[in-house]
Design a binder for this molecule. Structure first.
Ligand SMILES: *Cc1c(COP(=O)(O)O)cnc(C)c1O
Length: 456
């Protein structure tokens, strides 16, 4: 029998609904709190930031939420995305395990991010919004929102974390090409940005600071809303199209995953591949092990505290309960910019607390090593973020080899690394080192977490 490598769905097999894990959770999410009153907030409190359709998705307990036809029409530009069996990687590792990967690098932006950028732009346009403001780390999210904004006729303004703005000029050029404006953060364009620069003119920036700048601008204008590329429930919801497709495709293979692996920054691509499988397990189906892989330099799930914290550095966002390194924590400037966030999606954090997933962390050099091995066998050069998932999958495959087990491993290859080649060049020159966060800064950031009275 010839070995099948690629598993494709046709356009009509693309899911018509996103999957909402909140419908199947044994325990509901802790409430989101108002930063001033510390009381649970309602949909109206979020209205200055987001259109009502997205707010309702944020709090929905319905299992299936319909994907509007105009969104499906744009999705069809690259979806359904392919699922591959990594025969060559398996052979290179000498593992009895079967390794499958879902590839999200086929989108126009080269990552999973357009899966949510497109519906976010659509729902904003439907409610008369003219301009979207956002933050971006490596530039993946900014690029994706710029793309989506151009399709739905919205102006897009992006605050890009300084260190990535300098490291990745080509992502900025792509944002410009789609018609968006991109500013390095901290910037002189907001009160908060100016206050950060006053203390440190060479501040490398962080996602937390860039979020504060974007939120500050968004609340100033009626025609402007804010868009977030990860963390929030509605973002994770949109990403479940990854796992829903992967389930269909796994059925085509005749195998079913024993382990599902994804990398976690804010948690959206991981949730995208994992939540449909977790939900299936909660409804009585098979329960694969679910493994979240994060960078050792920014380990919110493995080293963070599960506590209420702000999503941004200035303390303008509502408080959510999540695994956090503290909103005052600035992660070191390693290359997987998309994973440099102090917190974790509340839904992913909640699942960790409920024992529905495991988390591991790896350093950047070993992740690049894994990415290079993957590229040389499978042909795709992964994004530095995706290298964490590759590393996680390889470690599972090597465990199978040691234990003599022919398990099935599925991981999400969330993006390609074509705009990250300078990081690969540094790796080959031996100039890429493992970055370590400052233990005392982490301790201080954790000590500074907002104090929220424990519910009785
Ligand atoms: C943004 C990004 C990430 C991190 O964000 P998540 O919300 O955790 O998915 C990971 N990989 C790539 C390729 C990204 O662009």
């Amino acid at each position: 029998m010839s070995k099948q490598t690629k598993f494709l769905l046709n356009e009509n097999q693309m899911p018509r609904f996103w999957y909402n894990l909140q419908a199947d959770l044994p325990k509901p999410l802790p409430p989101v709190l108002h930063p001033g009153t510390l009381q649970p907030i309602g949909p109206a409190d979020l209205a200055p930031l987001f259109p009502m359709a997205l707010i309702m998705q944020e709090v929905s307990l319905e299992r299936e939420i319909e994907i509007p036809e105009p969104v499906r029409e744009v999705y069809r530009l690259w979806r359904p995305a392919p699922l591959f069996r990594a025969h060559r990687l398996e052979k290179a590792l000498g593992t009895p395990a079967k390794i499958y990967y879902k590839y999200e690098g086929v989108s126009p932006a080269g990552s999973h991010k357009p899966n949510t950028a497109v519906p976010q732009a659509f729902f904003n346009q439907q409610e008369g919004v003219k301009r979207l403001v956002t933050e971006t780390g490596a530039g993946q999210w900014g690029t994706s929102l710029a793309f989506a904004g151009s399709l739905f006729g919205l102006a897009v303004e992006v605050f890009q974390v300084r260190v990535s703005y300098d490291q990745k000029p080509y992502r900025r050029a792509v944002m410009h090409t789609y018609g968006a404006r991109c500013v390095a953060s901290p910037s002189g364009e907001t009160e908060f940005g100016r206050s950060v620069l006053a203390k440190n003119p060479d501040h490398p920036g962080s996602l937390g600071i860039a979020i504060s700048e974007a939120v500050e601008l968004a609340v100033q204008r009626e025609d402007t809303k804010y868009a977030l590329g990860s963390v929030l429930n509605h973002v994770l919801l949109h990403q479940t199209i990854i796992g829903l497709e992967a389930m269909e495709q796994m059925q085509m293979t005749g195998d079913w995953p024993d382990v599902v692996v994804g990398c976690t920054g804010g948690g959206s691509n991981f949730a995208g591949i994992a939540f449909p499988f977790i939900g299936h397990g909660l409804r009585g189906g098979a329960k694969p092990r679910i493994v979240a892989v994060e960078p050792a330099a920014c380990p919110s799930l493995t080293r963070g505290k599960y506590a209420y914290d702000f999503g941004d550095t200035a303390g303008m966002t509502p408080l959510t309960k999540m695994h956090t390194l503290g909103s005052q924590f600035t992660p070191p400037g390693f290359h997987a910019g998309g994973l440099r966030y102090h917190g974790m999606a509340p839904l992913v954090s909640h699942c960790k607390e409920l024992g529905l997933l495991e988390a591991v962390s790896y350093n950047q050099v070993e992740c690049f090593e894994a990415g290079v091995l993957f590229g040389r066998n499978e042909g795709i050069v992964p994004a530095p973020e995706a290298n964490h998932a590759v590393k996680g999958a390889i470690e599972e495959a090597l465990r199978c080899k040691r234990e003599g087990k022919a398990e099935t491993i599925l991981f999400n290859l969330c993006g390609h690394g074509h705009f990250d080649m300078s990081a690969y060049e540094k790796y080959f020159a031996g100039e890429l080192t493992d970055e370590h966060y400052d233990e005392s800064e982490l301790a201080m950031a954790l000590a500074g977490l907002p104090s929220v009275p424990q519910p009785a």
